[in-house]
Every structure is written in C-alpha cells, then in structure tokens.
Ligand binder design. Structure first.
Ligand code: SF4
Length: 337
C-alpha cells in the first residue's frame, strides 16, 4: 500500500473529552427500575431455549426471577456458579445469536427478546461493586496445582481448584492477568472490568499469580510437573490465521491481537476524523472498524471479517432501536398533550 494511505494516522489529534466520549461504555448498565421491568418480561419458560443456547448452561430464567424479586445475591450465585466469568460474558457474548437469539419473546410482534445480557450484567455488577464473596474455599487439601495462562480458562480453572481447597499458582507471560479479557477486547466494551473481575475472583484465596513467566522460555513444563501435583495448560488462542495474501510477510504487517496487547493500557491513538466532525451516519462502519481487532484473535474463524462486522451491525441496530424508542416516546407525549 502506498505510503500516502497512512498519512491520516497520527496520535494526539482528539481532545480528552472527545476521546473519552468515543470510548465510553457502549452499553451502560441498567438502573433498578429498568432491570425490574426487563426481568418481568421473562416467561420463565419450562423448557427454556435460552438455557440450551448458552454455552455455559446458566439457568437464565432462574437468575432473571432473582432480579425480578430483588434477590440480586441469588441471581449472581446462579450466574457465577455456572460461569465464574459471567460478568465479562454479560458484556462481550454475542447474545443475539445465543440466548437472546433463541428467546421465545424474539417474535416480530414483541419487538425484542428479554434483555438477558443486560440483566446478567445488572446482577453481576452488584457483586463486584459491593465486593460480596459468593463462594467459600474448602479446607486445604495440601495439593498444589500449576495453571499456565491467566486467561479465562486458566482463571476459571484456578477458581474451581481453589474452591475445592487446592493451592494454585498461575503463570502468565504477560504483565497483567486476564488474557483475552484484558488484552483482546475493545475498551469501549469492557472499560477496566477485566481487572476488577480478577480482583474479585482471586479474593477467594489460595491462588497466586506470577506474571512474566513464559512457557518454553523461563518456564519449563518438566519443572512444573516435578514441583506440582497437577498442571493445567490454558495457553489460549493467541495464534491467528494467516491471510494468505501478498505482502503478509513484509516488515510492519502485524496481526491485530499483537497490536491490541501493545496498545493495552494506553489511550487509543487512531482517530476518526469524520466522527470528530459530528458525522454520525457512519455507525456500522465505524463500529466495524473499531471491532476489527477482535476479529484477528480467533483462529476458528476463517471469515474473520464477519466477526468484525457483527460488532458494527449490532451497535448500529441498538442505536436505531434507541432512536425509534425516543421518537415513539416523543409522539406519545405529543398525543397526550
Ligand atoms: S426463552 Fe426468554 S422468556 Fe423464556 S425463559 Fe428464556 S429469557 Fe425467559
């Protein structure tokens, strides 16, 4: 690509307020009243298709019933008992093709399914904000387990082992724990939530995290097998698909996953000049470009661009729905007056 095509990329062109607005929480949390109304929409289906569609098998109607009856602790226990990282999943799961996609209220006359992800966030946020310990550690078994990788798999495994009374040491190559949750998800979806979630998860006790420990470099599997009773390898999905296109091997061509790790913790430096100029018609396109980093992370997806576009389409749909809601409220108010 000619050099001039990169001329529009430079750091520091956006004001701090415009930057924080652009990267603010894309799906702000529900307040109590909205959550209660959303929870009342659940039919508590006997053969709930939403549960079958959830890869972690959370009893969705049960936790929604907890919210509807103001039992947030019970709701959070239901979620985090099935999926200890349920707070993060509430923010990043593609629910429109999972639980919400299969919700029976997903009918043209109903306009929208039950807002499962927003309700899940509502229940779990309460746990992290109030720092409520939901699970207790069993009596010490005297067993030691090494977990390689402080990503979602490693953290979930470590928590389950700690609950069972084992002592766990997590080894991770990067400076911060969290893996994909910390380094691989666009900031406007999660803000600083990964660190908060990990802090709560580790509060169960019995888990030590050692950063800067890379398997095959300064960490040897043989040593772990010698020193620990068991070893769990949760080394994640850091590999990416080769695109198989000309120029892929050139210096300076890099995968999005590595780029995310590098910029993590720093303010985003890419600027959208059109957004600065107030043009908001580009919703889906903007969001697709913002989501493109996530697409590069999954080696399972041959069609990576679909993953990126999905983010854009979802956000644009939500924006249009909000706009429609505001217009309907406005016309109702006019009709009454
Ligand atoms: S399918 Fe929808 S209405 Fe039925 S239990 Fe699940 S969330 Fe509730």
């Amino acid at each position: 690509m000619p050099r001039k095509d990169f001329a529009d990329i430079a750091a520091g062109r956006m004001s701090a307020s415009a930057l924080s607005e652009s990267y603010a929480d894309i799906a702000p949390p529900l307040d109590r009243q909205t959550a209660l109304i959303a929870a009342q929409r659940c039919h508590f289906c006997f053969d709930a298709p939403c549960i079958k569609a959830c890869p972690t098998g959370i009893d969705i109607p049960m936790f929604i019933r907890g919210i509807a009856t103001d039992n947030l602790k019970g709701a959070a226990e239901e979620i985090l008992g099935a999926n200890i990282l349920g707070g993060m999943c509430a923010r990043v799961c593609p629910t429109e093709i999972l639980c919400e996609g299969d919700c029976v209220r997903n009918h043209p006359n109903e306009k929208a399914p039950v807002a499962i992800s927003a309700l899940q966030r509502y229940a779990t946020d309460w746990v992290f904000e109030s720092n409520t310990p939901l699970f207790e550690r069993a009596a010490d078994t005297g067993k030691k387990v090494a977990v390689v990788g402080a990503g979602p798999a490693g953290l979930a495994c470590a928590h389950a082992l700690a609950r069972a009374g084992h002592r766990v040491t997590i080894f991770d190559a990067l400076p911060k724990a969290g893996g994909l949750n910390e380094y691989g998800i666009a900031r406007y979806k999660v803000l600083d939530f990964a660190a908060r979630e990990i802090e709560w998860l580790l509060s169960i006790g019995g888990i030590e995290v050692r950063n800067g420990q890379k398997l095959g470099a300064n960490l040897k599997l043989a040593d772990l097998r010698r020193d620990y009773d068991a070893v769990f390898l949760g080394i994640g999905l850091t590999g990416v698909n080769a695109l198989g296109i000309e120029g892929e091997q050139l210096a300076g061509v890099r995968n999005a996953g590595d780029g995310f790790v590098e910029i993590s913790g720093r303010p985003p430096c890419r600027r959208d000049r059109r957004r600065q100029h107030g043009d908001r018609r580009l919703g889906a396109e903007q969001e697709a470009r913002r989501g493109i980093g996530v697409a590069g992370l999954s080696p399972r997806h041959r069609f990576d661009e679909r993953d990126a576009c999905r983010t854009g389409i979802r956000q644009e749909r939500r924006r249009q729905r909000d706009q429609l809601g505001r217009a309907q409220a406005h016309s109702r108010a006019r009709w009454r007056s």
